[in-house]
Design a protein around this ligand. Structure first.
Ligand SMILES: NC(=O)C1=CN([C@@H]2O[C@H](COP(=O)(O)OP(=O)(O)OC[C@H]3O[C@@H](n4cnc5c(N)ncnc54)[C@H](O)[C@@H]3O)[C@@H](O)[C@H]2O)C=CC1
Ligand SMILES: O=C([O-])CC(=O)C(=O)O
Length: 272
């Protein structure tokens, strides 16, 4: 494939993970892709940022005028609500990391209908979690249990729902702050437990996916443990993600996973 045929990428959000994704594309780590435009909320904040020939804009029309093949959302639930259907209707695939927004079933159904109608795809990279391929394969047969346990250090829980249920300044022991299903966890933790939504969509859905969330002052990394049992057998997968210094809620691996998913779009070899 020549540079001329590079996959055109439009990025929504230039925060912790979005910036890292932009860098991977510019450095060639995301395969044969080209960053055409970045949609931000206030372009004036980025006057000093130079991304080769890519345009940073806060204007939706300008963003889509660059005709991206794939729009990559790295901006949060509100951006999914606002731009998923619009992206598909502009003829773009939509790669999404704020998957928890899909806990709104009506929104999810509308987005899926748009994707089918436009013959475009919604792409969900593994991001902070692992084993989605295994859970999706295992869901081909009966699955009797899929469970996620998410544990993060105190600093990852500032400015979240956790502050309503635990005193983050004094907590010394691992403390359970949520137990329920993924429909609930995706909505309660929009910035921290999107992984529960990705797991649901891979496996047994939002209601049947069980979720436990802990504030854990004894750990340094963001830990996600997936367990599942079914006809296929059993699996237990634990990831320990190094938190990004700019946003300890998010691991470095999130942008790396998006880069890998983008690379898969143009690679002759697709693994996973
Ligand atoms: N699926 C997964 O495993 C993971 C998903 N996430 C999701 O990714 C999101 C982003 O993570 P970070 O980069 O760490 O957050 P961040 O807070 O560092 O960056 C988000 C950026 O998006 C921008 N933004 C928000 N709404 C926007 C809009 N409508 N248009 C354009 N830009 C907008 C913000 O100004 C900010 O610069 C999180 O909120 C979370 O929902 C994060 C980690 C893992
Ligand atoms: O990066 C992580 O550990 C996971 C995360 O924030 C999310 O799922 O929203």
């Amino acid at each position: 494939m020549t540079e001329q045929h590079a996959i055109r990428v439009g990025l929504i959000g230039y925060g912790t993970a979005g910036k890292d994704v932009a860098e991977t594309i510019l450095s060639g780590q995301a395969g044969n892709t080209r960053l055409t435009s970045v949609l931000v909320r206030n372009a004036g904040k980025y006057n000093d940022v130079s991304l080769d020939s890519c345009t940073i804009t806060d204007n939706e029309e300008t963003f889509f005028a660059f005709r991206p093949d794939v729009v990559v959302e790295m901006a949060g639930h509100e951006a999914v609500i606002r731009y998923a259907e619009t992206s598909l209707q502009h003829g773009c695939d939509f790669m999404v990391i704020s998957v928890g927004a899909f806990c709104d079933q009506k929104l999810y159904d509308r987005i899926m209908a748009s994707a089918s109608q436009q013959q475009k795809r919604v792409l969900i990279p593994s991001a902070a979690i692992a084993g989605l391929d295994r859970i999706a394969a295992a869901a081909q047969g009966p699955l009797e249990r899929v469970m996620l346990t998410t544990r993060k250090p105190v600093k990852a829980w500032r400015d979240t729902y956790a502050e309503e249920v635990v005193d983050l300044d004094t907590v010394t022991q691992p403390t359970l702050i949520f137990e329920g299903n993924a429909r609930e966890s995706s909505g309660i933790f929009p910035e921290s437990v999107n992984v529960s939504a990705a797991l649901s969509l891979a496996g047994v859905g939002f209601e049947a996916t069980q979720v436990r969330v802990l504030v854990d002052p004894t750990i340094e990394k963001n830990v996600h443990e997936v367990t599942a049992k079914g006809l296929f057998g059993e699996v237990r997968i634990e990831v320990q993600n190094t938190p990004s210094p700019n946003n300890p809620k998010t691991g470095y691996i999130v942008a790396m996973s998006v880069a890998h998913a983008l690379k898969n779009l143009s690679s002759p070899l697709v693994i996973g």
